[in-house]
Design a protein around this ligand. Structure first.
Ligand code: PGA
Length: 247
């Protein structure tokens, strides 16, 4: 009942020339079973939305919590929607670490995203020290509770579990560790949101690549992936999409 979602996060990578990868991805996967989302830097959202021509969804990587105003350098959710975005990643660990984003701020941004008609892809995940201290479930539970606004629905909210120590490192949790966190997050979502929580997609993120995608996608309560490095090349992201379609 939950449609699988392959999401790519280009982070601070890509110029207009990179849009060739989008064309290649669409050409190689003209009608995937899974939903496909790419989140380029803000400078490329409009051009990517044009290049995607509705064949894949395009998203931002952050938005401001306010609708407009004196916030130099920031981007409002409505502006992303205005240039063709349908989604926005919020609370990525790099934003939480580099820009001091708290769960309260992520929650306010998610509310702003909803008001602009965007789907919020809300990220949670523990550091290695927190995992070693046995704090993983308490930490991701607190991030989830604090970052997802009341009234969130399966249609406007996606959750991504991204262990900080697995991002860009080539290291991944064991499948048992992924299942433990995803099953926990599902139970928390159902307890708070009922059937809407049952319907929210739960993505795994952190060093997903073609070689490990199939086993990750076979894991309990994994409805897709949020892919960083491997989303930059159509061949790699396409292989991950094929693994998801086959799951
Ligand atoms: P990675 O990044 O796939 O390069 O590990 C994932 C993410 O940060 O979304």
């Amino acid at each position: 009942m939950r449609r699988k979602l392959a999401a790519g996060n280009w982070k601070m990578n890509g110029t207009k020339a990179s849009l060739a990868e989008v064309a290649a991805l669409i050409a190689a996967h003209p009608s995937p079973k899974s939903e496909v989302l790419l989140c380029p830097p803000a400078t490329l959202v409009a051009a990517m939305a044009t290049a995607a021509a509705g064949k894949i969804a395009v998203g931002g990587q952050d938005c401001h919590m306010k609708a407009s105003g004196a916030h130099t350098g920031d981007i409002a959710a409505e502006m992303l929607a205005d240039c063709g975005a349908s989604h926005v990643i919020l609370g990525h660990s790099e934003r939480r670490a580099d820009h001091g984003e708290s769960s309260d701020m992520v929650c306010a941004k998610a509310a702003a995203a909803r008001a602009a008609g965007l789907v919020a892809v809300i990220c949670v995940g523990e550091t290695e020290a927190q995992r070693d201290a046995g704090e993983t479930l308490a930490l991701v539970g607190a991030q989830l509770a604090g970052s997802v606004p009341d009234g969130a629905t399966a249609a406007n909210t996606v959750i991504a579990y991204e262990p900080v120590w697995a991002i860009g490192t080539g290291r991944t949790p064991t499948l048992e560790q992924i299942a433990e966190v995803h099953d926990f997050l599902r139970a928390e979502l159902v307890a708070r949101f009922g059937t809407e929580g049952e319907g929210m997609r739960l993505l795994y993120g952190g060093s997903v690549k073609p070689s490990n995608a199939t086993e990750i996608f076979a894991t309990s309560n994994v409805d897709g992936a949020l892919v960083g490095g491997a989303s930059l090349k159509a061949a790699d992201f396409g292989a991950i999409l094929s693994a998801l379609d086959a799951a």
